[in-house]
Each structure stands twice: as structure tokens, then as C-alpha cells.
Design a binder for this molecule. Structure first.
Ligand code: P6P
Length: 337
């Protein structure tokens, strides 16, 4: 039985129709974001041609100023989202402070946090990169969103998702009713349902970590990674090491295949990263929302990612995320020390 043809716009609309109280505001917001994803995908997929198409230097063949792709992606999302009337404020990995909605546009009840193009340093090597987004309802009074509207626990997310620009462009999102994936058909410019109701395996055979940081890890993490390398077929070991170095690519693979991704805290004189490297609000939280919706787990090693009370926009956290049994096993090693 072939799969029914469903665009992501249709999927979002059908989800809205399950909620009689819905105004269509969130649907409109997501449709704007989907448009931005298509524009970014088109540009990312020809990045390698920049040199050939004369897109290098400060201006392209049309005389337009050429910007770095992550700045381009940030600008596309901003210009697609600022005037729809669905948002009261935005925050981006590319912007130090919150991004207000221009006074000339009406404001809405949602908050959008995003990393416009995570892993963009990999683009020149044609490695997959991704956009990560997180949506909350405004909680403060008044029409203008504030930083308080952005500093939210991940459990309050209304929608979380990402777009991975790889061998194909895939959009994955959850509105709290399962995780669903859509693959872009560039011939028709539509994201079509390709991964309905994603559930991540309870236990995987893949671990993803930058082992170059091993000297910065605490003892429990070192013991866990060494445990995964031991030869014991009865427990599915050794695991395979898979590390792209692009969070969305590593997360997407592990979500579908099962396994564990780790970016632990780093403790090393001169290179100390006690809070890890990855950002809470627009990287760890949205991916944690998705993985829990898919039956997995996400922790700092000390606390559930979705329960963290953020203190500032670009706060970093250690991130251990993936299959439930693998993350639980890691916590066992960490607690043994
Ligand atoms: P490292 C990319 O720069 C990024 O922010 C994530 O996409 C990725 O998971 C991580 O950093 C890789 O970091 O230190 O292993 O190169």
C-alpha cells in the first residue's frame, strides 16, 4: 500500500483541525517557516557552486552583496517571519539580544527561537547542516515580546523541529503529538510526508561524540565510552562510532537508527567548558522535545534538558541525547564516577 501524499502544510492544518479552539495562528507561523526552509535549502544546495557562479567576493554577478550562509539563513528566517503577525519576539543564535517585531507589523502570541544554520562551518566540505527551531506561547503581558518570553523551560514548547540540508532536505517537527518527517521534493517545491510518527529505537548501536575531547571528560563518561568499545555480542557491543560534527546530522541519524549523542561538559585548564558547547534554547531544548516525543531521552547528565530554567539566551549545556536505554546506561556510569 503506497503512502498517501501529504504536504507538511496539509499535515500542520490537519493537526490544527484537531483543536477546535485553534485560531490558525500557529499554522500560519509554521507555513512561513516552511517557506524560509525552502529558500535556505535552495541556497545551501548551491553553496558549492559559489566559486563557479561568481558568488564569491563581496558582490555576486547581480551586484547583490554576498553574505555567509548562516547570516543569509538568519536573514531569510527573519524576513519570512517578521510580518506574519504570529510572533511577538524572536531570538537567534546569530543575534546577541532578542529580535523585536518591527513596530510597523502586527504582533502575535508566539515566540520563535532558532539556530538558522547549525554546523555551517562544515558547508565548504559539503557536510550536512541544519536549521533548528523552537516555538513558545507568549507569557508576559502586553503585545511586545520580552526576554522573559524567550527564557523558557523546554517542557513549555508548543512546537520544536529542524530542517537537515543533506543528500535531501528533510523537515522534522513535533507539536506535542508525535514526531513527523517530510522530505523536500525540489521538483515541485513541497515537503512531502516521508517519516510519519517517528519512534526512536529504545536501544541503539551507534555512539556519537568528539573523542578528541576525551581528556576533558569526567571519569564516568570515559568509562562509558570505553564500555561501548568492548567486544560483547550479547549486549550489542562494540557500538559503531558515527560523528559528523554537525549536530542536526548526527541527531537525525540517531533518531532514525537509534543510538546516543554526547557533548559532555569539558574540564581542562585553558579549554574549560564546564557547561559544554551546545546551546540550550535553540539546540538542546528543541532536540530534547523531539527525542522525548519519539520515545528517547535528553539530559545534561545531572538534569532533564526540558526541566532546565534558562538564565540567558545563549546559555550552553552538556547534552546527552538519544535512545532511552543508552542514555539511562550512560547515567549509570556517570553516577558511579
Ligand atoms: P566539535 C557545529 O559547530 C556544532 O555547533 C554542532 O553542530 C556540532 O554538534 C558541534 O558543534 C561539533 O563540535 O567540538 O566536536 O567540533
Amino acid at each position: 500500500m503506497s503512502q498517501k501524499i501529504v504536504t507538511v502544510q496539509r499535515h500542520v492544518l490537519e493537526a490544527q483541525q484537531q483543536h477546535p479552539e485553534a485560531t490558525g495562528d500557529l499554522t500560519g507561523l509554521l507555513w512561513d517557516l516552511i517557506l524560509a526552509a525552502k529558500v535556505i535549502s535552495c541556497q545551501v544546495n548551491k553553496a558549492g557552486l559559489a566559486q563557479i557562479l561568481g558568488l564569491t567576493g563581496s558582490h555576486n554577478v547581480h551586484g547583490d552583496e554576498v553574505t555567509k550562509l548562516d547570516v543569509f539563513a538568519n536573514d531569510v528566517i527573519y524576513r519570512a517571519m517578521d510580518h506574519g503577525g504570529h510572533l511577538c519576539v524572536m531570538a537567534s543564535e546569530e543575534a546577541d539580544d532578542i529580535i523585536p517585531i518591527p513596530s510597523r507589523f502586527s504582533k502575535g502570541k508566539y515566540v520563535l527561537l532558532f539556530d538558522p544554520l547549525d554546523g555551517s562551518s562544515n558547508i565548504d566540505a559539503n557536510v550536512s547542516v541544519g536549521t533548528i527551531f523552537s516555538i513558545y506561547r507568549k507569557k508576559t503581558l502586553g503585545s511586545d515580546g520580552t526576554v522573559e518570553d524567550c527564557l523558557r523551560k523546554g517542557i513549555e514548547q508548543v512546537v520544536a523541529g529542524y530542517i537537515v540540508y543533506g543528500s535531501s532536505t528533510v523537515l522534522v517537527y513535533s507539536a506535542g503529538y508525535g514526531v513527523h518527517g517530510f522530505t523536500l521534493d525540489p521538483a515541485i517545491g513541497e515537503f512531502l510526508l516521508s517519516h510519519p510518527d517517528i519512534k526512536t529505537p529504545k536501544k541503539g548501536k551507534i555512539y556519537s561524540v568528539n573523542e578528541g575531547n576525551v581528556l576533558q571528560w569526567d571519569e564516568g563518561t570515559r568509562k562509558y565510552i570505553n564500555y561501548l568499545k568492548e567486544d560483547d555480542a550479547a549486549t550489542g557491543r562494540p557500538y559503531s562510532a558515527r560523528y559528523v560534527g554537525s549536530l542536526v546530522a548526527d541527531f537525525h541519524r540517531n533518531l532514525l537508527y537509534g543510538g546516543i549523542f554526547l557533548y559532555p561538559a569539558g574540564h581542562k585548564k585553558g579549554k574549560d567548558k564546564p557547561q559544554g558547547k551546545l546551546r540550550l534554547l535553540y539546540e538542546a531544548s528543541p532536540l530534547a522535545f523531539l527525542v522525548e516525543q519519539a520515545g528517547g531521552m535528553a539530559t545534561t547528565g545531572r538534569e532533564r534538558i526540558l526541566e532546565i530554567e534558562p538564565e540567558h539566551l545563549h546559555q550552553r549545556v552538556p547534552l546527552i541525547i538519544g535512545s532511552e536505554q543508552d542514555v539511562q546506561q550512560y547515567l549509570g556510569f556517570l553516577n558511579q564516577g
